[in-house]
Design a protein around this ligand. Structure first.
Ligand SMILES: [Zn+2]
Length: 445
């Protein structure tokens, strides 16, 4: 018997065989999936106490995991998005100032409403800590981390959050001294239910971004001014390597914003060296963005199990700026998602909201419709990158990321079967329900 039976759509399980069950059903008990199969065979799971949720013709997907979204910052800016504001000729929009606990809670609540409306049940806050206190209204500062911990202890979070700690500035410099001091401080999430709030490790910014010509490259930028960009870390390459080693030795995950080919090379080298030194080769370290990773670096990432966290909508929106900064030929080699997939790099897709909206449908559509067919991902690969592969990034693939018995009943219900429409139509498919822990957390009106 089950508490809840969700039926009336195609179940996309994202299990190891990527089983898709037409006219399927999912039985839930105590917040966990207990059975998945054809609706016609679900009778044994339905009793007098079973609630039946008929989703009427759509698709039942695992809850979406946006594996790189600045959620509290999204809440501070929403409904403003950076890319929209910049495209309209303005600079960055102005965030709400999060000075009080009530303001911080308000931003997180707003962000959770937005994320749930997109079917997102898990997210990664990629960088919270004292270095960012003065930036973006304090939305990535140390106090926000404390607010998350309080909400988690109260059982008040509605979206599962994994966080990385940041001891330098957001998109700015950092020092080994601050990183080392931060890593030796207490884990603020101790005592939280790790299925709701979990600190996974350390975030480091290695460099800037190619359109600003401050990504760290092996070859000079074309045109006047030239230069190869530079690292943001104090002490340059040695400083960056030492920070990565310190993060690894602290026992967690290290995730590094690196976009220039040279910056990515250094990061991958340092990851491999740190893992080889103590044999902890399942550390789950990953490169964030990775715009200009070379094919040879992607091979090394695959070999060492180093992940790549990439944002197809940003790739799509900034393609012109990238070509202006690097020239057409080098720009065409960037964001090599297809090469990464073919090499076997653990690939996760994400939004980086509030840069753009946390819309995974647009993200998968962008990846599936790349001009260069060799760099396209399929819709199925996109869904995996937003569910089970993202759960692997969280070290949580044993309990979330797919619809399988024993896993949490986090579900995203789409109005349309994503495999029955062209990828260009995916963004128009509605999210009708979002379930977290077997409970409806969002319902379209
Ligand atoms: Zn980011």
């Amino acid at each position: 018997m089950s508490d809840l039976l969700v039926r009336g759509g195609t179940v996309v399980t994202v299990d190891p065989g990527f089983r898709v069950v037409a006219d399927g059903a999912v039985a839930v008990r105590d917040g966990l999936v207990v059975w998945v199969g054809p609706a016609a065979e679900s009778g044994a799971w339905v009793g007098p106490g079973t609630e039946v949720l008929d989703v009427r013709g759509g698709a039942i997907l695992p809850g979406i995991n946006d594996s790189h979204v600045h959620a509290a910052m999204l809440g501070a800016y929403w409904p403003q998005l950076w890319m929209d504001s910049m495209a309209a000729g303005g600079g960055l929009p102005t965030p709400r100032e999060l000075e009080t606990e009530a303001e911080r809670r308000g931003a997180i609540e707003r962000a959770q409403d937005v994320l749930l409306s997109y079917g997102i049940t898990s997210c990664t806050e990629p960088g919270l800590g004292p270095g960012a206190d003065g930036q973006h209204g304090g939305a990535c500062g140390a106090a926000v981390l404390d607010t998350y911990v309080s909400l988690a202890r109260e059982g008040a979070l509605r979206v599962r959050v994994s966080a990385l700690r940041l001891f330098g500035e957001l998109d700015g410099p950092s020092t080994l001294e601050a990183v080392a001091a931060g890593l030796s401080s207490e884990d603020p999430a101790a005592g939280c239910d790790p299925r709701w709030f979990n600190i996974l490790g350390l975030k480091i910014f290695a460099d800037g971004i190619p359109p600003m010509r401050n990504a760290y490259m092996s070859e000079p930028y074309p045109g006047d001014g030239g230069g190869r960009g530079e690292l943001l870390t104090e002490g340059g390459e040695a400083g960056l390597r030492a920070m990565i080693l310190a993060g690894h030795r602290a026992g967690g995950q290290v995730a590094v914003h690196a976009t220039g080919d040279r910056a990515i090379d250094i990061v991958v080298d340092a990851f491999a060296e740190a893992m080889a030194a103590d044999g902890r080769d399942d550390a789950g370290h990953y490169v964030i963005h990775g715009d200009c990773a070379s094919p040879c670096t992607l091979e090394r990432m695959a070999q060492h199990g180093i992940g790549l966290n990439a944002q197809p909508v940003i790739q799509q929106a900034t393609a012109g700026m990238l070509a202006a900064a690097l020239g057409d030929e080098r720009a065409a080699q960037a964001f090599a998602f297809g090469t990464a997939r073919a090499a076997g790099v653990p690939l996760r897709l994400s939004s980086d909201a509030p840069v753009v909206a946390p819309d995974w449908r647009a993200s998968i559509a962008a990846a599936a419709t790349r001009a260069d067919p060799a760099q396209r991902l399929t819709v199925a690969e996109g869904i995996k990158a937003y569910t089970i592969d993202a759960a692997h990034q969280d070290g949580a693939a044993d309990w979330k990321g797919s619809i399988e018995p024993g896993k949490v009943a986090d579900l995203c219900i789409l109005s349309t079967d994503p495999f029955a429409i062209p990828p260009t139509d995916l963004p128009a498919a509605d999210i009708t329900y979002t379930l977290v822990d077997g409970t409806v957390a969002f319902k379209a009106v």
